[in-house]
Ligand binder design. Structure first.
Ligand code: 5AD
Ligand code: SF4
Length: 422
C-alpha cells in the first residue's frame, strides 16, 4: 500500500512541475511516507526526521504522510516544530496546498472518505506491476493491530472506478495487476442500483483485459476467503497460483486472544479448497511471535503449522505493543529476549520451507515478469508466479521480453537461476 501511495504522490507532484531527486540536499520538498504497524518503524521515522532537518536546504519543506502522521497527529509538530506537514493516509492529496502556500502548516488526519482517489491525477505511465487499491481500512479488530486506528474502518471503492483504473494501468504499461487492501477479500461494493460487487467480480472483469497477463491480490483475511473467490483460482488462469493468507499464530488459544479466526479446522478446510481449485497453489503467511501470554507450547504450535501448511514467502515479526490496541495492556507481556529466540526458531522453519520449495522448482518452466537489472548490472531479475526472485544472465537481453518463459536451472533459499526459453 505504501509503494502505491508513494507512486501516486510522485505522479501528483509531477503534475505540479516537480521532479524526483535522490539528493536530499537538493530537494525542495521532502516527504516521509510512513508505516506505524510496529514501534521500530515509528521510531525510525523520528530519527530520520532529525537527520533530514539537519541535511536539508534551509528553504526546503518537509513532513510526514501515512500511518505515523495519523498516529502522531499534532504531537508530531510538538516533537519537531519545523515540520511543514502531517498528513494521514487518506489526506496526502492535500500536499499541493503547501506548494501554493509554503508558509502554511498542514495537518489533516481525517479518515472520513476516499476522496483522495478522485482528486489524484490519473497515472500517465504505469510500471509493469500496477498496484490498485480496492478498499482501505479494516473492520477486524485484531487486538495487536494499529491499522483500524490509522487507516480507519473499511471503505470499498466503486467497482467502475477500480475497473477504470485497471484499464488505464493496462493501457499505460502494466502487465500484472496487484489488487490491494488491508482486508482485500472483504471488498464489497453496492452500486446505486443495489447490485453487490465482490473481489471475485473485480478479478473476473480484469481477466477480460487483453494486456493484463497476471492478477494477484493482498492481503486476505482467512474467513473471508469465500467460495466465489476460491473458484476464481480454478476458472481464471491469469490469477497467479499464490496467495497471502496470514494465520499469525498456530495456537487457537493465542488466536482467540488476538481476536483472529481461531478455528484451525476451518482454516485447513479453506486451504484444502484452494488446493482443489488450483493444485499448484502456494500460500504465504504473516506470523507474530511473543504475543502476550504466548507459552512455549503455543509457540511450538506456530512452528508446527508453518511446517504443516508449508508456507512460502512468509513474513515473521516479534510482537510490538502499539498505542490504541487492546494487546498493549494485556498481562504477561513476553520479554524481548524470548521473542528474539522464538523469531529465530520460526525463521529457521520458514527458511527450510522456502529452500525446499525453491529446490522443487529446478527443471520447471515458469512464466516470469521482468523486475529490473541486479545491483551489478550483469544480470536481470525476474519474478516467478510465486514471487520468487529469478535471475538470468544479461547476455540474453537482446531477445527477451517483459514476460518471459524461463527454465529454472539452480535454486537456493533466497533465489532461483534460470535460462530464458525462446
Ligand atoms: N506487532 C508485530 N507485528 C504486527 N503486525 C501487525 N501488528 C503488529 C504488531 N503490533 C504484523 C502482522 C500483519 C503484518 C502486516 O504486520 O503479522 O499481518
Ligand atoms: Fe490489522 Fe489485518 Fe487484523 Fe485488520 S485483519 S486488524 S489490518 S492484522
Amino acid at each position: 500500500m505504501n509503494v502505491y501511495d508513494g507512486q501516486r504522490i510522485a505522479t501528483m507532484l509531477e503534475a505540479h512541475n516537480m521532479i524526483q531527486t535522490d539528493d536530499l540536499s537538493e530537494a525542495d520538498l521532502i516527504i516521509l511516507n510512513t508505516c506505524a504497524v510496529r514501534e521500530k518503524a515509528t521510531n525510525k521515522v523520528y530519527s530520520a526526521l532529525g537527520r533530514i532537518r539537519k541535511a536539508k536546504k534551509p528553504t526546503a519543506l518537509f513532513g510526514i504522510v501515512g500511518c505515523v502522521a495519523r498516529e502522531s497527529g499534532s504531537d508530531a509538530f510538538k516533537r519537531i516544530p519545523e515540520l511543514n506537514f502531517v498528513l494521514g493516509p487518506q489526506s496526502y492529496h492535500k500536499l499541493p496546498e503547501l506548494i501554493k502556500d509554503p508558509a502554511s502548516k498542514l495537518l489533516n488526519i481525517d479518515l472520513t472518505g476516499l476522496e483522495k482517489f478522485d482528486e489524484l491525477p490519473t497515472m500517465q505511465q504505469t510500471p509493469l506491476v500496477a498496484y490498485i487499491p480496492v478498499q482501505e481500512g479494516c473492520n477486524h479488530c485484531c487486538t495487536y493491530c494499529i491499522v483500524p486506528y490509522t487507516r480507519g474502518r473499511e471503505l470499498s471503492r466503486p467497482f467502475d472506478d477500480i475497473i477504470k483504473d485497471t484499464i488505464n494501468a493496462a493501457n499505460t504499461g502494466a502487465i500484472e495487476i496487484c489488487f490491494l487492501g488491508q482486508n482485500v477479500n472483504g471488498y464489497k461494493y453496492t452500486d446505486p442500483a443495489g447490485k453487490i460487487f465482490k473481489l471475485s467480480d473485480v478479478i473476473r472483469e480484469t481477466a477480460k483485459i487483453d494486456n493484463v497477463k497476471r492478477i494477484r491480490f493482498t492481503s486476505s483475511y482467512p474467513t473471508e476467503m469465500t467460495d466465489d473467490l476460491i473458484d476464481m483460482f480454478a476458472t481464471e488462469s491469469k490469477l497467479l497460483p499464490f496467495l497471502n493468507m496470514p494465520i499469525q499464530s498456530g495456537s487457537e488459544r493465542i488466536l482467540k486472544l488476538m481476536h483472529r479466526p481461531d478455528n484451525l479446522k476451518m482454516y485447513f478446510n479453506i486451504v484444502d479448497k484452494l488446493k482443489q481449485a488450483r493444485p499448484d497453489i502456494q500460500i504465504s503467511s504473516d506470523f507474530i511471535v511473543g504475543f502476550p501470554d504466548e507459552t512455549e507450547e503455543d509457540f511450538q504450535c506456530t512452528v508446527d503449522i508453518a511446517k504443516k501448511i508449508k508456507y512460502i514467502n512468509s513474513y515473521s515479526f516479534k510482537y510490538s505493543p502499539r498505542p490504541h490496541t487492546a494487546a498493549a495492556i494485556m498481562p504477561n507481556q513476553i520479554s524481548e529476549q524470548i521473542k528474539s529466540v522464538r523469531l529465530q526458531l520460526l525463521d529457521s522453519q520458514l527458511n527450510i520451507n522456502q529452500r525446499e520449495f525453491n529446490l522443487s522448482c529446478i527443471g520447471k518452466e515458469m512464466l516470469c515478469l521482468f523486475e529490473g537489472p541486479d545491483k551489478t548490472g550483469t544480470k536481470l531479475v525476474y519474478r516467478t508466479p510465486y514471487m520468487q526472485q529469478c535471475i538470468i544472465d544479461k547476455k540474453h537481453d537482446d531477445n527477451i521480453t517483459s514476460l518471459q518463459m524461463i527454465k529454472i536451472t539452480e535454486a537456493n533459499k533466497s533465489c532461483l537461476k534460470g535460462e530464458p526459453i525462446k
